[in-house]
Design a protein around this ligand. Sequence first.
Ligand code: SF4
Ligand code: SF4
Ligand SMILES: [Zn+2]
Length: 145
Amino acid sequence: MHININLTSSLIAPCGMNCGLCLGYHRLKNKCDGCQSTSLNKPNHCINCSIKNCELLSSGKSKYCFTCHKFPCKRIKNLDIRYKAKYGMSMIENLNSIKEIGIRKFTLKEKQKWACSKCGNIICVHREICLECGEKRVIQNYRTD
Ligand code: SF4
Ligand code: SF4
Ligand SMILES: [Zn+2]
């Protein structure tokens, strides 16, 4: 299997998710082009996402939740808890980083952070091994206990 992942800033969702790491984006068949796209292959839970469709986001000037006065709201917090525990990735950390260094630098950092140590391909956050070469991924542990 081979898919060439080109991580660009347009793949970063308002919640801080990097859709370039998503299994939906990595699959060869019915590939989803990410939250910010109008991809026909976007799954229903992403089309109906309460964050993407949040009225505070659509009325704001920014595409990202960190500019919202409610940030981090309960929806973002819940998503962050789930992703930290299940996939070793933090939406809140991502959004704070975008706020601090800007989307361009953040995307560059993501390219380095998620490159497979063996083959260099971008790793899928939803899998424990590189889909390209099978190398085991180092998963960040956010647990404090
Ligand atoms: S399935 Fe959802 S999270 Fe995955 S790439 Fe598509 S919009 Fe992004
Ligand atoms: S942080 Fe603000 S814009 Fe983002 S989902 Fe929550 S309320 Fe909506
Ligand atoms: Zn690899």
